[in-house]
Write a protein that binds this ligand. Structure first.
Ligand SMILES: Cc1ncc(COP(=O)(O)O)c(C=O)c1O
Length: 375
């Protein structure tokens, strides 16, 4: 059997990894400033993560949601504490798309409406409703076109109100900071206005923190820069440091009912062990402080490069925008300098999503290599 060939892949085969370094099958070491697409939060093969997962595997790896699982409660408790959402409830699933799918479904159960307001250049995943509110016709099949949605430009509160006033909007969904689209973000005024209008028109306010959450932005959640409290927050990526896990943080205004949401694998023992160890490490190693320190250092260095036209994003979710396409630079960074970086829908943007443990020396290595390539 062959693989269904849907991924254009670089010709690199990682076989092991430690913290910010990835080693391939030819024993070449790569600096990971991509974190496997913003997934590696506490660093590859973190000792605490390995210890917890191995112990859990020896004890019990999986049982279904038909029985008690205290690890889920421990994870919810710790997440509530670190994110300052103690009063919210947690539903666990397996990926970012699934988190958004459940968020939108819960919104629609809640207010019995259907239409979703979403934003230009957004990415919310590839499952049915999540992909339909993603701004990319190429990944939407005809079967995804059935639920009503409206795409609006970011930061146009007037246009949002025009739509919400019509009375049929179930939810507004917005990324804390746009990831795949290219690191554009709503202003504080915009986020605050969304919160206000959603309350006014009985619309559920969902913030997708799948990529921007878990400390990556320099706060636990990117929306916390704007002092808003969404009704539902979706998380995944950094949550499991590579172990598949996702979830939604749900305001207490939503009442749960048996069977309303559900999943076989969501919240399994191994996923919870991974999730708990990530939160413990973020706290113990003060990784959010590291994000802010390294981010400032990175931005100062980037400002000195004349070819960089714009620096976008926050924390360690950063983008360098050039006035030319960056595919060639990315390729050279990987093949010649052995540094992984990310791309975006915006082809002129180089995306930086390193493990949150990244150090200033790594940033020095990156800029030295980038300058050599640019010159
Ligand atoms: C903001 C955002 N939401 C949702 C997703 C989908 O997550 P997953 O690929 O885990 O389904 C992604 C993935 O890149 C994302 O960046």
């Amino acid at each position: 059997m062959n693989l269904f060939n849907v991924y254009p892949r670089y010709n690199v085969t990682p076989v092991k990894a430690k913290d910010c370094m990835v080693t391939d099958d030819k024993d070449i070491q790569y600096l990971d400033l991509y974190g496997g697409h913003g997934v590696i939060s506490i660093g590859h093969a973190h000792p605490h993560y390995l210890k917890k997962l191995k112990r859990q595997l020896d004890a019990i790896g999986f049982y279904s949601n038909a029985v008690q699982n205290p690890l889920q409660c421990e994870l919810a408790e710790k997440l509530g504490q670190l994110s300052e959402y103690q009063k919210y409830n947690l539903f666990l699933c397996n990926s970012g798309a699934e988190a958004n799918e459940n968020a939108l479904k819960l919104a629609s159960f809640y207010n019995q409406k259907k239409r979703v307001v979403t934003f230009d250049n957004s990415f919310h995943g590839r499952t049915s409703v999540a992909v339909s509110v993603t701004d990319n016709p190429k990944i939407n099949a005809p079967i995804n076109s059935t639920n009503p949605k409206t795409f609006l430009p970011l930061n146009r509160v007037d246009l949002v109100e025009q739509e919400l006033k019509k009375g049929d909007v179930c939810a507004v969904i917005i990324e804390g900071i746009q990831g795949v689209g290219g690191l554009d973000e709503g202003t504080t005024t915009f986020f605050q206005e969304l919160e206000k209008q959603c309350k006014q028109y009985d619309v559920v306010f969902i913030v997708d923190e799948v990529q921007s959450g878990y400390g990556r932005s320099g706060k636990f959640f990117a929306h916390q820069y704007h002092k808003v409290k969404p009704d539902i927050i979706s998380v995944a990526k950094g949550m499991g440091n590579g172990f598949p896990i996702g979830g939604i943080l749900i305001s207490p205004k939503f009442k749960a009912a048996y069977g309303m949401l559900g999943t076989t694998f969501g919240g399994n023992h191994l996923a919870c062990a991974a999730g708990i160890s990530v939160l413990e490490t973020i706290e113990k190693e003060k990784l959010i402080e590291n994000v802010n320190a390294v981010s400032d250092y990175f931005i100062k260095k980037a400002q000195k490069i004349p070819q960089v036209k714009k620096i976008k994003g926050k924390g360690l979710m950063l983008g360098l925008e050039f006035d030319f396409e960056v595919a060639e630079i990315r390729k050279k960074l990987i093949c010649e300098k052995h540094i992984f970086t990310g791309g975006a829908m915006n082809k002129k943007l180089l995306r930086i999503l390193p493990p949150l443990t990244v150090q200033k020396e790594h940033i020095d290595t990156f800029f030295k290599s980038l300058k050599e390539i640019l010159n």
